[in-house]
Design a protein. Structure first.
Length: 311
């Protein structure tokens, strides 16, 4: 089969929004070429895990790639993608160049070429993330999250995800009930369970993400403590929990802060990430207005996460 590769040069801020547009257009997965990984320093007692070439990355912004089958309505699909991306600035999401290029690839190339960007990596003091087809050193003593990103966005190594995992490491002591809003591939739900959470409810509006998260949760043998379901943010949820984590765009976080406050037990924690630093103050103010106390702010590159407490 012949596939069409859609490549969009944009900003880190628009990453999640454009990835979602591509999934809704029928893409089975996305590749994100972000030059910041070239300078990222992951502490590892095992030395260099992998090497990347600067030639594979853009000089400005990031490139998001997705693959669509070549069919009779492909041109209409591409035009719809362009339209939705060009509308993102209306919602305060900067898209940078926003240029879109299209090329054809054979199915064999499409199925394997993206894997060169995804290798095992130690993302924090306690966690490694690795794809299902790779191995890590046998003497590893850290926790391991195994992911197959082939069907939904997210390899678990984006700064917003890393910030959330570091925040979970600080607040999960064992026995907590957790809600993961916008779970994607399920990486945060898996991390919470491996850190000792008693049970986790993973929620995502995207049915593809729900399916992928379910598979990853099973691969990591935490399906006895993690449930995944399709849901729009926290609508219809009445479970009281100790921790709510959300790695979503700032604009979306602002929509359900009050709902999160109502579902958190006293002294519970609300972890928010996916926040570009230019919108950090906006989210902080909304959290404090809702009655949360900011316990900690975490930063990485252009991204911010907050640990807020329901005092």
């Amino acid at each position: 089969m012949i596939w069409s590769e859609i490549a969009i040069q944009t900003t880190q801020e628009a990453n999640e929004a454009i990835a979602n547009i591509l999934h809704e257009a029928g893409a089975g997965g996305v590749i994100i070429e972000d030059p910041e990984v070239l300078a990222r320093d992951f502490a590892s007692p095992f030395g260099e895990v992998y090497e990347l070439s600067p030639e594979d990355f853009p000089e400005e912004g990031i490139i998001i790639k997705a693959y669509l089958p070549v069919n009779s309505y492909l041109l209409e699909t591409i035009e719809q993608i362009k339209l939705l991306i060009n509308e993102l600035p209306i919602y305060g999401i900067e898209i940078g160049k926003g240029t879109i290029t299209v090329s054809e690839v054979d199915e064999e190339d499409w199925a394997t070429s993206w894997k060169k960007y995804y290798k095992p990596v130690q993302i924090s003091e306690r966690f490694w993330i690795k794809p299902s087809w790779e191995e890590i050193p046998e003497n590893n003593q850290q926790l391991v999250i195994e992911l197959d990103p082939g069907m939904a966005f997210g390899t678990g190594t984006h700064p917003t995800t890393i910030l959330c995992i570091k925040a979970l490491e600080e607040v999960i002591k064992g026995g907590e009930e957790v809600i993961d809003v916008g779970c994607g591939t399920g990486v945060l739900s898996i991390a919470a369970a491996k850190l000792g959470a008693k049970n986790v409810l993973a929620l995502d509006l995207d049915s593809v993400a729900v399916e992928s998260a379910g598979q990853n949760i099973a691969i990591n043998s935490v399906d006895n403590r993690v449930r995944v379901r399709q849901n729009n943010l926290l609508e219809g949820i009445d479970q009281q929990v100790e921790v709510i984590v959300a790695n979503i765009l700032a604009e979306v976080i602002l929509r359900f802060i009050d709902s999160a406050k109502g579902l958190l037990k006293e002294k519970g924690y609300f972890i928010t990430s996916g926040i570009i630093n230019t919108k950090a103050d906006l989210v902080r103010e909304a959290l404090e207005e809702a009655g949360f106390r900011i316990v900690k702010k975490l930063d990485q590159e252009d991204w911010v996460a907050f640990i807020a407490k329901n005092d």
